[in-house]
Design a protein around this ligand. Structure first.
Ligand code: NI
Length: 133
């Protein structure tokens, strides 16, 4: 893709904030930091609308919990058209980590994530929001 240059005027304190971000996140330069912020804004805006988006649902749970896996499987089947892949890792004797790659309307993906994360016994659950563009 063609890269275009443009000048940006910023107040000193805002420029200071930008440079702190560059340092904290270890961006190679200010351009990369500004690129990151614009893309982050676009992704968040898409997830607020009902556009088609992509992301991942991450779940950590104890597989000995009664019915947890049955319930999770049932919810996933109800939204099977959104699920691209499921990766299951046995973390240790008790705990499992599941990463579910998803693509579809933002509203339905949130609904799926909420239903999975709220299953009794899930220790940690998170929806990672991204885009496929
Ligand atoms: Ni497991």
């Amino acid at each position: 893709m063609k890269v275009k240059r443009f000048g940006v005027s910023l107040e000193e304190n805002l420029l200071g904030r930008l440079d702190r971000l560059v340092e904290e996140k270890q961006f190679p330069n200010r351009s990369q930091a500004i690129r990151f912020l614009i893309n982050k804004y676009i992704v968040e805006e898409k997830w607020e609308s009902d556009d088609e988006v992509a992301g991942a649902i991450v779940l950590v749970y104890n597989h000995h919990k009664r019915d947890l896996q049955n319930k999770s499987t049932e919810v996933q089947h109800n939204y099977h058209d959104l699920i691209l892949s499921v990766q299951h890792v046995h973390l240790n004797h008790d705990n499992c980590l599941e990463t579910i790659a998803v693509k579809g309307s933002a509203k339905r993906l949130r609904a799926l994530a909420d239903k999975l994360i709220s299953i009794k016994g899930i220790k940690h659950g998170e929806l990672v929001m991204s885009t496929h563009e």
